[in-house]
Design a protein around this ligand. Structure first.
Ligand SMILES: [Zn+2]
Ligand SMILES: [Zn+2]
Ligand SMILES: [Zn+2]
Ligand SMILES: [Zn+2]
Ligand SMILES: [Zn+2]
Ligand SMILES: [Zn+2]
Length: 216
C-alpha cells in the first residue's frame, strides 16, 4: 500500500505546502528543512524518499516494506537497493547466496556452499551420485556401499598408488604437495579439494580412482 505524501510540491517556483501544518514555503529547501526538523514531524519524514508520512508508524511500515529500504537489523544499516544489502550480508554476515542461510565463520560458509554443488560424481562401486569426490570416498569407506567395499579394501587398493606413507604407525595417506598426512583417503580428498595447498584436486581424484578401478 502506497501512503500518500503529506507534501505538495508543485513544479517551477510554485508554492510548496506541508498539508498537515497547512504551511506554505517559497523554496523547496524551506519545506524540506521543515520536514526534517519540525517537532510535529518527528519520525514521519523519510529523507531518502522525500516523503512525509502521517505518523511514525506509517513511516516505519514504509521502511519495512519498500524496495527502496533494505535493512540489516543487527548492523542498523539501511541500504538503497536489495543488491547492496545482499553483498553486505555476504561480506559481513557470511550469508550463502544460494539459500540465504547465515554462518558465523567464513569457513563454515565455504563448507556449506559445497552442499549446493550438483550431484555428478558417480560411486565407483554402485550407482549412487555425490556432489563431491570426498563424499563418495566416505561412502565407500563407511562400508555402506552396495558393492560391499569398505575401508580396508580402499586402503589395500590405494596402497600402491604413491599417496601412501608407511613410516607411521600403520598406513597414512600423504599429500604429494605439502606432505600433510591423513588417516583416511577421504580426508586426503577433502584436503586437496579445500585448496589448502597447491595439489591439483583433479589429479589426486583421478589417481585414486584409477587405483580403485584396478580392483572393482
Ligand atoms: Zn508540517
Ligand atoms: Zn523511504
Ligand atoms: Zn549487517
Ligand atoms: Zn546455502
Ligand atoms: Zn556406492
Ligand atoms: Zn597438501
Amino acid at each position: 500500500m502506497v501512503r500518500e505524501n503529506q507534501l505538495q510540491i508543485l513544479n517551477e517556483g510554485a508554492t510548496c505546502v506541508c498539508i498537515p501544518c497547512d504551511r506554505q514555503f517559497v523554496f523547496i529547501n524551506g519545506l524540506l528543512n521543515h520536514c526534517r526538523n519540525a517537532e510535529v514531524h518527528q519520525g514521519e519524514w523519510c529523507e531518502r524518499c522525500q516523503w512525509l508520512f502521517v505518523s511514525p508508524a506509517a513511516r516505519q511500515a514504509h521502511v519495512d516494506n519498500s524496495p527502496r529500504h533494505n535493512i540489516c537489523t543487527p548492523c542498523d544499516l539501511d541500504f538503497s537497493t536489495a543488491a547492496l544489502l545482499e553483498s553486505h550480508d555476504v561480506d559481513v554476515h557470511n550469508m550463502c547466496m544460494d539459500c540465504g542461510k547465515y554462518f558465523r565463520k567464513v569457513n563454515d560458509l565455504m563448507q556449506h556452499k559445497r552442499s549446493h554443488l550438483p550431484l555428478e560424481i558417480e560411486c565407483l562401486g554402485c550407482d549412487r551420485l555425490f556432489s563431491e569426490f570426498s563424499a563418495m570416498m566416505i561412502h565407500l569407506e563407511s562400508g555402506n556401499c552396495e558393492s560391499g567395499i569398505d575401508r580396508d579394501d580402499i586402503d589395500s587398493y590405494i596402497r600402491d598408488c604413491g599417496y601412501v606413507n608407511e613410516l607411521y604407525d600403520g598406513l597414512m595417506y600423504q599429500c604429494p604437495d605439502c606432505e600433510a598426512d591423513f588417516r583416511f583417503a577421504s580426508a586426503l580428498c577433502q584436503h586437496v579439494a579445500s585448496n589448502a595447498c597447491n595439489q591439483n584436486p583433479e589429479d589426486t581424484f583421478n589417481d585414486i580412482e584409477s587405483c580403485i578401478k584396478c580392483y572393482v
